[in-house]
Design a protein around this ligand. Structure first.
Ligand code: GLU
Length: 298
């Protein structure tokens, strides 16, 4: 088995909020529970939506919670040639086409698969020189076993359609960048919010098309506000109170579905949380298979 490598991959579009803290904590705990390496990757591939200095703020705040990257932080803004290489590979394999229809623009801005699938309008059209690039999605179902959600399968063709890998404005789509970098960083385990569960089949399709390995996935229930709405980076009420780091960690811990640890300090919190995490999410993996005979003394 490859040694465990986990990651937290925030987009620097707003301050770290309680939802992202819970996601960071989950991937950090899963990494520590597996004695692995934890990496921070800044997904800064969308400058129009980004705020100056926010990435440094994320990194500094995570450090105050005791979460620091075990390797130098990777910035996706430095990875253009890798994405270009992946695009060339897909192009050479005849897996892409160019698209300049307005619908493509809207869809490319959002990883949300709930929008109607792209009907493949540009598959057979002549397009202008300024165009997005889409992946040609074959029919069939892509499925995987998520550690939290169990078996999840999706027909990418029917739910999403041919999806954008490079936007019309030249920016790289999240789906392509995330796949290239999870492989580049040799990530073995992706732990993230369940809002990305239905993005995973697209990512697996790209992994297969590029000949890259598929990590294991653990998608956790989303943190919601008191009214049941998904947290967003714009919601001021969800800002992290830096005066109360331990209370914020307990809050994130509760959002991950655990009882309070009641720890008095950061280190005690981490110790208790790692062992509770291991019991909930890792016990089965670490347990001896029941059918094996017990090892006697040599
Ligand atoms: N950058 C994405 C976000 O901030 C997360 C990507 C991922 O974990 O795959 O929502």
């Amino acid at each position: 088995m490859r040694s465990y490598r986990g990651r937290f991959a925030p987009s620097p579009t707003g301050p770290l909020h309680r939802g992202s803290l819970a996601a960071a904590l989950a991937s950090w705990l899963d990494t520590r529970a597996h004695s692995g390496k934890w990496l921070i990757r800044i997904e800064d591939i969308d400058p129009p939506r980004e705020q100056r200095g926010i990435a440094q703020e994320h990194i500094a705040l995570l450090a105050r919670f005791g979460m620091t990257s075990d390797e130098p932080v990777l910035y996706q803004s430095t990875r253009t040639s890798a994405y270009q290489g992946a695009l060339q590979q897909l192009l050479a394999a005849g897996r892409t086409y160019r698209c300049d229809c307005p619908r493509g623009r809207r869809k490319a801005q959002s990883p949300d698969a709930s929008l109607a699938p792209y009907p493949g309008t540009c598959r057979t059209r002549q397009v202008r020189s300024t165009a997005a690039t889409r992946l040609l999605v074959p029919p069939g179902v892509v499925g995987f076993t998520d550690r939290a959600c169990g078996w999840f399968a999706q027909s990418v063709e029917q739910s999403v359609g041919d999806f954008v890998i490079q936007r019309i404005d030249g920016l790289w789509a999240y789906q392509l960048a995330v796949v290239v970098d999870d492989a580049f960083q040799e990530v073995t385990d992706v732990v993230r919010g369940a809002d990305l569960l239905d993005n995973t089949p697209r990512q697996m399709m790209l992994q297969q098309a590029l000949g890259l390995p598929t990590p294991r996935y653990l998608h956790l229930p989303l943190v919601r506000d008191a009214c049941g709405r998904k947290l967003s980076k714009q919601t001021q009420a969800l800002a992290i109170d830096v005066q109360n780091l331990l209370a914020e960690l307990e809050h994130a811990w509760a959002h991950l579905g655990f009882e309070p640890t009641g720890a008095r300090g950061l280190e005690a919190f981490q110790r208790q949380a790692i062992s509770a995490w291991r019991r909930r999410w890792c016990e089965r993996e670490f347990a001896e298979p029941a059918s094996l005979p017990a090892q006697g003394p040599a």
